[in-house]
Design a protein around this ligand. Structure first.
Ligand code: F6P
Length: 316
């Protein structure tokens, strides 16, 4: 069998480790593996490159994606899907690595007759049915390290810091990183933003002698600058904002992401070789199982309310 592999949408640390796992497991299973450069945009243009065992050496620890990635406007059109499907005609199956846009693309290719399997990879962790997506753990650790540094200067100046993190429409990065750094308040899109409560907690903390405060804001919940402005206006505390931005997408993947990448990449190829298709490999902890695209895309990825309650209790 000839297996194609591509990465699509926003890159995530650990994508390279998935590519490595797909290539090596494919070759181990007797398949030929080809990489598609620049995601679906590259597929439309026929950017196929043969991949052998050594072509994926020395990438397991690297962020980004050796295959490059893109968000393709052309692929959103039926003509684009048809052109991509035509280029994929020589492939027995295509392993796609990415987030929900990538899954929607795979769904469109399936409808056009191309056998596909997806590996969930996005720093946002915003896919249902899988407890983790590749890249999330690294991004959370990156935020944690950045906030630990911010805390030093926040304490030195006795300031409040608002740190805006990524996550698109979801608050997974904010919640997990906020818990990890002991944030005073964590604002996520899944819950109403209550600035009154944020300010009360802040004022209480400073009254009992706190030297600094950290508020973590998910980009989908509010603008960090606006939250900081409102806090300073209401409390009179000197407040600064840091928008961490794309720094969260880079860097060497954590051990957790590398191991997950190896497992999901392997599972995707095993599924394809067994004749499976049309599914995302979901990490259910500890097991991995294929879940049809429609089931993944039709469900909301739930934020664990117990974690937000815990964060509130610990920031008392
Ligand atoms: O989906 C990953 C992500 O980094 C989101 O957290 C963020 O909202 C978005 O991509 C940014 O996209 P771009 O890199 O296209 O600006």
């Amino acid at each position: 069998m000839r297996i194609g592999v591509l990465t699509s949408g926003g890159d995530a640390p650990g994508m390279n480790a998935v590519i490595r796992a797909v290539v090596r497991r494919g070759i181990y299973g007797g398949a030929e593996v080809v990489g598609v450069r620049r995601g679906y945009a590259g597929l439309i243009n026929g950017e196929l490159v043969p991949l052998d065992v050594s072509s994926v050496a020395d990438i397991v620890h690297r962020g980004g994606t050796m295959l490059l990635t893109a968000r393709s406007a052309a692929f959103m059109q039926p003509e684009g899907v048809a052109a991509a499907a035509a280029q994929a005609a020589g492939l027995g199956a295509l392993v796609v690595i990415g987030g929900d846009g990538t899954l929607r693309g795979a769904q469109a290719l399936e409808a056009a007759g191309v056998a596909t399997v997806a590996v969930p990879a996005t720093i946002d962790n915003d896919l249902s049915h899988t407890v983790r997506t590749i890249g999330f753990d690294t991004a959370v650790n990156t935020v944690m390290e950045a906030v630990d540094r911010i805390r030093d200067t926040a304490t030195a100046h006795e300031r409040t810091f608002v740190v805006e993190v990524m996550g698109r429409r979801r608050g997974f990065i904010a919640l997990h990183a906020g818990l990890a750094v002991g944030a005073e308040s964590i604002l996520v899109p899944e819950e109403p933003v209550d600035l009154e409560a944020v300010c009360e907690r802040l004022t209480r903390g400073y009254a009992r002698g706190k030297r600094h405060s950290i508020i973590v804001v998910a980009e989908g919940a509010a603008s960090g600058f606006e939250v900081a402005e409102a806090i300073e206006r209401r409390t009179g505390h000197e407040t600064r904002t840091t928008v961490l931005g794309h720094v969260q997408r880079g860097g060497s993947p954590t051990a957790y992401d590398r191991v997950l990448a190896a497992r999901l990449g392997e599972a995707a190829v095993a599924h394809v070789l067994a004749g499976g298709r049309g599914a995302m490999m979901a990490f259910r902890g500890p097991d991995i199982a294929p879940v049809p695209y429609a089931d993944v895309l039709d469900a909301e990825p739930p934020l664990d309310r117990r974690l937000s309650e815990l964060a509130a209790v610990l920031a008392i």
